[in-house]
Design a protein around this ligand. Structure first.
Ligand SMILES: *Cc1c(COP(=O)(O)O)cnc(C)c1O
Length: 368
């Protein structure tokens, strides 16, 4: 039987959280002299002299019906990266406990572990970036306090099979953190719909991708109310700024724009994948349920990466990541950006076939 309390660091269970002025009084009083704010006003054109709501009640109230959850099951972080860090800190004792990763995956999990002096165990994905039987058995035997599964996975782009995730949820003894940063682009329901079945499940989502709000820094964690209460206990009191809360509310009220952005990116991804696979330089375009494509180039992905830079096109070189030899990660851009990328790759291909043909003709031409 899953017991959350045994996975919470004892010092965190025992500590009393910081209680901010706005925790103790959140209403609109006539005279607010409790928080050492500047009652006179703000420098700059806009008024920001009051601390924001530390519990982000309005944003959570708008988000809860969208996700089919209770506001008490929602944590908001300064990006998902804050939630990742807090989850490691919540469950892992520095110098003692470990987290489990399934590489290749998102780099921040390891950074959060290193920052907190928490060891990293690794169980690799298959060459097709799946969790196979051997991996599932290892995960079931692990004594790590936390496993990070990213589905759809960054950098590979694929969703894990629901049966594999269910196996991890049923066998792993720690918390299962399912990072769904890209779930909005996937043709599968979110695991938020299964939270009631799995008290060990934490689902992460973000406003940085499909919502198009990366600059705001707003991430979400969904879990049992008990686990969310612990995250709230250890977060910095005012972790979500007033600007971010206001913009998030406006974005949530603009669902049609969200749906349109998401649909456009999915269509563009399919087109870009089809176009890329026509190129001789491209050995493989991996299947993607995200807004990016992992692409294996031949003969030399790093040369392709360097060439694209000379054309002012920046992509992500993933060649040194586990299982990603020869691979670049390409974010789906605007129609124009995708065309520029394809045109640059076609030009490189033409230049290299010309060079190869010239070499061939030199080596076969009779000595003069
Ligand atoms: C982009 C991304 C995030 C989002 O992080 P934020 O801090 O919310 O911007 C989270 N997880 C993965 C795997 C990502 O690729």
């Amino acid at each position: 039987m899953f017991d959350l309390e045994t996975l919470i660091r004892p010092n965190i269970r025992a500590m009393r959280p910081y209680s901010s002025a706005r925790d103790e009084f959140a209403g609109a009083a006539q005279v607010m002299l409790d928080a050492n704010e500047n009652s006179l006003g703000s420098a700059g054109p806009e008024v920001f002299n009051r601390y924001p709501d530390p519990q982000q009640r309005a944003v959570k109230a708008a988000l809860a019906p969208l996700k089919g959850l209770d506001p008490a099951q929602i944590f908001l972080g300064n990006g998902s990266d804050e939630a990742i860090d807090l989850l490691v800190r919540l469950s892992c004792r520095p110098g003692q406990d470990s987290v489990l990763l399934v590489p290749p995956t998102y780099g921040m999990y390891e950074v959060a572990a290193n920052l907190n002096d928490v060891a990293v165990e690794r169980v690799p994905l298959t060459p097709d970036f799946e969790l196979d039987e051997a991996a599932l058995v290892s995960i079931g035997h692990s004594a790590a306090r936390l496993v990070f599964l990213c589905s759809p996975n960054n950098p590979s782009g694929n969703l894990f099979a629901p049966a594999a995730i269910e196996r991890v949820l049923g066998t792993f003894r720690g918390l299962v953190v399912l990072d769904e940063a890209y779930a909005d682009f996937a043709a599968a329901p979110s695991w938020t719909t299964r939270l009631a079945e799995f008290p060990n499940l934490v689902v992460l989502q973000t406003f940085s991708k499909a919502w198009g709000l990366a600059a705001l820094r707003l991430g979400m964690a969904f879990a049992s109310a008990e686990l969310i209460a612990y995250l709230n206990k250890i977060k910095p009191p005012y972790n979500i700024s007033e600007t971010t809360q206001r913009h998030a509310l406006a974005a949530l009220a603009d669902a049609p724009r969200f749906a349109a952005l998401r649909a456009q990116l999915v269509t563009s991804r399919q087109q870009l994948a089809a176009d890329l696979s026509q190129l001789a330089l491209v050995e493989r375009v991996f299947p993607s349920d995200t807004n990016f494509l992992l692409v294996r180039f031949r003969p030399d992905a790093t040369a392709v990466y360097a060439y694209l830079l000379t054309r002012g096109i920046v992509v992500r070189n993933r060649t040194t990541q586990a299982g990603c030899a020869g691979c670049l990660r390409l974010t789906v851009g605007t129609e124009m950006e995708n065309q520029l990328l394809l045109a640059a790759l076609a030009a490189l291909e033409l230049a290299s076939t010309t060079a190869v043909t010239r070499e061939a003709s030199i080596s076969t031409s009779p000595a003069a």
